[in-house]
Ligand binder design. Structure first.
Ligand code: NAD
Length: 495
């Protein structure tokens, strides 16, 4: 279990098959010639493989190939596009177990979670396969004897840039709706988790997608970002990642200008009133903060607790968090794996230290040791936190929950909204009217009542303010991937 490298090698050869890892352009693996980038096993800190960074010429070639792929894909009937996407979903499901294991080894995600996400990927393609022939234009009743109707047309080539925390899931989440609407996609996965995207693109070809419809370019953001965003063939950027990089991507896109869909960071408030089912809320608070070992944009990382139950509830969360089992990604009983990479591991430790130095009290967890044998962190609860502290304001992206007391409903709402982020959150109360009052006033793209974390591709997802803009799922996101053409035709006599 400690060394997954032999299983890793056999998964790479069976799922990807190529000698060297690079970019996947129209069905060909194209190696870069830049700096060697290591793929490090988060559970052992050993290098699993190295691949060369790409270059501007390869990025441009991949975009030209996407343009050719788009011409063919857009010529498919809507029904045929749907069939290909459904087939891709079936192929993902057929390879689900090896894909989940490759995802777990390279991202550090616990195998149970990796399996659930790969299944969700198959479901995402199935869901959008049903939309290809159902997203319709309108006939508009204009005065004056003319027929006016709208066409919804694909944009062309979409650039999708994704992070390392849920690699294949976030790739599918953003690629599938773009493809469903007849666009081609250039997918740029994180340089630390480049592999499962390659498998997805290979299976897309096998499913019947024309070559170039889904290309993958692998390398550093700084090598690929500006070259791709400034290319006139690219018509849209969907970016999932940190707020800092999102701002740079947004600024580059604004130069052309082309539109972006930005899914960025969060610091979501999980609000617990004193009349809530506290046992249920405490268990959910742990999952809210620790799922995917806290590397989750929608994590409930700010726990707002009504003062009368504050100590009792924080203790309950601290007891429950110890039950959250961090283990090797391939351990069937692990709830969470190691942190994906050293930089993020160090950041989590720094943030915990900073919180304590700001005056927060460590209830459980704390700074994790550097062992040289995996980026394992301790789920951590900090109390006596106020919302002005940096630990309450900045995204940690690790299993760290800060407990903030409040007295009244109005104060809970004010604290929840006192954040640059506005992605998700929850309210726990048995008072139905209060639940709806709070939901109506909290600034977030997604709120749960008496639950945390459930999501589905059919519902819209996305944030406001520094958490980004646009909605990346459900029927709503299909507007992101089409442009409207308004057509006028005189049909009345003498018109
Ligand atoms: P990141 O911003 O460092 O990187 C994201 C992607 O951007 C990577 O593929 C990276 O190579 C690329 N990139 C880096 N510099 C670039 C540049 N100049 N131009 C273009 N691309 C560039 O983020 P990360 O560390 O990989 O992921 C963690 C972050 O992602 C967290 O902040 C998390 O909240 C966020 N996230 C958000 C969502 C959401 O849906 N809101 C989902 C998952 C993760």
């Amino acid at each position: 279990m400690e060394n997954s490298s032999s299983e890793f090698n056999s998964l790479v050869s069976s799922l990807i098959g190529a000698e060297a890892i690079g970019s996947y352009i129209a069905g060909e693996m194209v190696s870069g010639d830049g700096a060697e980038l290591p793929l490090v096993d988060p559970a052992s800190e050993q290098t699993l493989l190295q691949f060369a960074d790409t270059n501007a010429e390869i990025v441009r070639a991949s975009i030209v190939s996407c343009q050719a792929g788009h011409k063919q894909w857009a010529d498919f009937s809507a029904q045929r596009r749907g069939e290909v996407l459904a087939q891709l979903g079936r192929l993902i499901q057929r390879h689900a177990e090896p894909l989940a294991r490759l995802e777990a080894i390279t991202s550090g995600k616990a195998i149970k979670a990796a399996r659930a996400q790969v299944s969700a990927v198959a479901e995402i393609f199935r869901y959008y396969s049903g939309w290809t022939d159902k997203f319709l234009g309108n006939v508009i009743p204009v005065p004056g004897g003319q027929l006016n109707y709208t066409l919804r047309e694909p944009l062309g080539v979409v650039l999708a840039i994704t992070p390392w925390n849920s690699p294949i899931y976030l790739a599918a989440w953003n690629v599938a709706p773009a493809l469903a609407m007849g666009n081609s996609v250039l997918l740029k996965p994180s340089e630390v988790t480049p592999l499962t995207a390659l498998v997805m693109a290979r299976l897309a070809l096998e499913a019947g997608m024309p070559a170039g419809t889904l290309n993958v370019v692998n390398g550093l953001g700084k090598t690929i970002g500006d070259v791709a965003i400034s290319n006139p063939i690219v018509k849209k950027v969907v970016f999932v990642g940190s707020t800092q990089t999102g701002r740079a991507v947004n600024a580059a896109a604004a130069q052309r200008p082309i539109s972006c869909l930005l899914e960025l960071g969060g610091k979501s408030a999980n609000i617990v009133f004193d009349d809530a089912n506290l046992a249920q809320a405490a268990r959910a608070a742990v999952i809210a903060a620790c799922a995917n070992t806290g590397q989750n944009c929608a994590a409930g990382s700010r726990l707002l607790v009504q003062r009368g139950i504050y100590d009792q509830f924080v203790d309950a969360v601290a007891h429950a968090i110890v039950e959250f089992r961090i283990g090797h990604p391939l351990d069937e009983s692990a709830d969470g794996g190691p942190i994906n990479n050293r930089a993020q591991f160090d950041r989590i430790n720094r943030m915990v230290e900073m919180g304590i130095s700001e005056g927060a009290k460590l209830v459980t967890g704390g700074v994790s040791e550097v062992t040289g044998q995996g980026y394992y962190v301790k789920p951590t609860v900090l109390k006596h936190v106020n919302n002005a502290m940096r630990i309450a304001r900045e995204e940690v992206f690790g299993p760290v929950v800060v407990a903030i007391p409040f007295d009244t409903e109005a104060e809970a709402i004010a604290i929840a909204n006192d954040s640059e982020f506005a992605l998700a959150g929850a309210v726990w109360t048995r008072d139905v009217a209060r639940a709806h009052r709070v939901v109506a006033q909290v600034n977030a793209g997604l709120l749960w009542v008496n639950m945390y974390r459930d999501m589905h591709v059919a519902t819209p997802f996305g944030g406001n303010d520094s958490s980004g803009y646009g909605r990346s799922s459900g029927a709503e996101c299909l507007y992101e991937y089409t442009k409207t053409k308004s057509v006028w035709v005189p049909i009345a006599e003498g018109c």
